[in-house]
Ligand binder design. Structure first.
Ligand code: NI
Length: 131
């Protein structure tokens, strides 16, 4: 195995350590290995989608983030964005659930555009229908 070093915010590392305790991972390396495999397989599934899809893209971002940039992305891909729901989770975070209906290729572009934003802490894609 190869040893690498990565930089992550301390608050995220705290969450990692708590999750290790809660879920019984052997150590930090193990939780990172499993997370990476999960992330890569999720990405592969998204890449394999074809045709017309109905999906939700849920993002969590810090309230202080510049929301106009996130909205810009939604406007660029407005031909597949049906609607969205915004919720204030707490004093620090906001959640947005975007309902997408259209070409799988465009969904991929939308997700990649959102992923390139450092302001977004979490992004989850759920495909509900593939035709
Ligand atoms: Ni909000």
């Amino acid at each position: 195995m190869t040893v690498i070093s990565i930089s992550i915010p301390e608050s995220l590392l705290d969450e990692v350590d708590n999750t290790i305790k809660e879920k019984g991972f052997a150590n930090r390396s193990e939780i990172f290995r499993q997370s990476l495999r999960h992330f890569i397989s999720e990405g592969r599934n998204l890449n394999e989608l074809e045709g017309e899809i109905t999906a939700t893209v849920t993002i969590i971002y810090e309230r202080i983030a510049r929301r106009d940039r996130i909205l810009d992305v939604q406007h660029i891909y407005s031909d597949i964005v049906s609607t969205f729901l915004h919720a204030h989770i707490d004093e620090k975070y906001c959640l947005e659930m975007i309902v997408v209906k259209g070409k799988a290729t465009t969904l991929r572009k939308l997700v990649n555009a959102l992923r390139s934003s450092e302001q977004i802490k979490q992004i989850k894609v759920a495909v509900l229908k593939e035709t």
